[in-house]
Design a protein around this ligand. Structure first.
Ligand code: NDP
Ligand SMILES: O=C(O)C1=N[C@H](C(=O)O)C[C@H](O)C1
Length: 267
């Protein structure tokens, strides 16, 4: 039985995960974290009735319980501290929360390697978003010019999305040099060319934030007189992220250190 802590248990994704972990015969929910609903039963908040797991207000209280994996779906400002605390406590970590970049992940990887703990982080745990990433990495072998458009709700707190960020960071290692003019050579308002993301050959990412969007990500490839667009559109329920997150929960202990992307654990 894998003992699971869910941080962010009362959120959009967290509530769906509480129900799914409770249903799974090989998983046991041993603690649930959220500040405003502390003291309430996690199952009641998730809409499945009482399950005997009282919500605690912080990760320290949750880690006082014996657990194998901490799953984090909280907020960009909280997730890194949660992951490092879990690693220090000897608990494997699955990161769903967006907002962390390559440097944050390098720090998490170092801590995880040092303690022999597994961490799996994915900007998007949905199967079709992961397929988009896989197809984009394949296309980048043949097409040098690639840019990403990231669309999300007006109130999303982080920019770009975790989906676009992970994609750009990964693509930067696979892609060739673009044929477009270097941004420093341009006249006008350079910010309109977007943000450069990635440690190797960075990818321009353009983020749109407005009502009417949940989360969509478009990867554009251009060659002479032809274009390829790959696009993922998230729907209104958290269901697409549950399967991928539970797969990560089941696999995270297999290997110490950080693995990024659902593709890192899919056959
Ligand atoms: N990787 C993926 O596939 C996906 C990633 N995401 C990302 O996951 C994150 C969560 O998304 P979503 O479920 O929509 O968010 P919600 O705002 O619906 O839920 C956030 C949850 O975290 C809790 N929380 C917030 N801050 C803290 C804190 N400091 N300590 C403890 N608990 C905290 C909230 O409760 P309270 O405020 O009461 O503490 C709540 O339970 C976002 O970054 C989002 O972008 C979302 C979908 C898929
Ligand atoms: O904030 C969200 O809502 C989502 N965030 C994730 C991201 O930042 O990529 C992914 C998900 O589709 C929804």
């Amino acid at each position: 039985m894998i003992r699971v802590i869910i941080a962010g248990a009362t959120g959009w994704v967290g509530r769906a995960l509480v129900a799914a972990v409770h249903e799974a015969p090989d998983l046991a929910l041993v603690a649930a974290v959220a500040r405003s609903a502390a003291g309430r039963d996690a199952g009641e908040v998730a809409g499945i009735g009482p399950i005997g797991v009282e919500i605690v207000p912080d990760v320290d209280a949750a880690l006082a319980v014996q657990a194998d994996v901490l799953v984090d779906y909280t907020k960009p400002g909280a997730v890194k501290e949660h992951a490092l605390k879990a690693i220090a406590a000897g608990c494997h970590v699955v990161v769903g929360t967006s907002g962390l970049g390559a440097e944050d992940y390098a720090e998490i990887d170092d801590a995880a390697e040092e303690r022999g703990i597994g961490v799996i982080a994915a900007g998007n745990f949905s199967i079709t978003a992961t397929l988009m990433k896989r197809f984009a990495l394949e296309a980048a072998k043949y097409v040098p010019d690639v840019e990403i458009i990231d669309y999300a709700a007006a109130q999303k707190p982080d920019v770009p999305s975790g989906t676009a960020r992970e994609l750009a960071e990964t693509l930067s290692f696979e892609r060739q040099h673009p044929t477009s003019r270097p941004i420093d050579d341009l006249t006008g308002i350079r910010e309109t060319r977007g943000g450069a993301i990635g440690l190797s050959t960075p990818v321009q990412v353009h983020s749109v934030r407005m009502p009417g969007y949940r989360l969509s990500c478009e990867v554009l490839f251009g060659l002479d007189d032809e274009r390829l667009a790959l696009r993922h559109d998230a729907g209104s329920s958290a269901a697409p992220y549950v399967g991928g997150t539970l797969l990560a929960v089941r696999k995270v202990a297999e290997k110490p250190g950080l693995r990024r992307g659902l593709d890192s654990i899919m056959d």
